[in-house]
Design a protein around this ligand. Structure first.
Ligand code: SF4
Length: 82
């Protein structure tokens, strides 16, 4: 399954949680706003981290979608994956 992560810059408020939770794919710009550097997480572990980053963003700015542009969310789990 191909998965894509993106950040909606109009919703991002620079909380930095995304970069902590999906550090291999998101970094912070000089103002502290999230910026995707690897938009296609591969492997179960990386996809799960991207989904956790999306669930943890307090502004809903992190979006994870499948190849049909359908939004994917962690099913029945909180931001910590618990
Ligand atoms: S967690 Fe959300 S609001 Fe914060 S930097 Fe990342 S995308 Fe922006």
């Amino acid at each position: 399954m191909t998965v894509e992560i993106r950040i909606d810059p109009t919703r991002c408020r620079g909380h930095a949680i995304c970069a902590l939770m999906y550090s291999e794919g998101v970094e912070l710009d000089r103002w502290g706003y999230g910026r995707v550097v690897d938009g296609t997480p591969e492997g179960r572990r990386s996809i799960k981290r991207a989904l956790r980053a999306a669930a943890a963003c307090p502004n809903g700015a992190v979006v994870v979608e499948d190849s049909a542009d359908r939004r994917i969310r962690l099913a029945g789990r909180g931001p910590d994956g618990g």
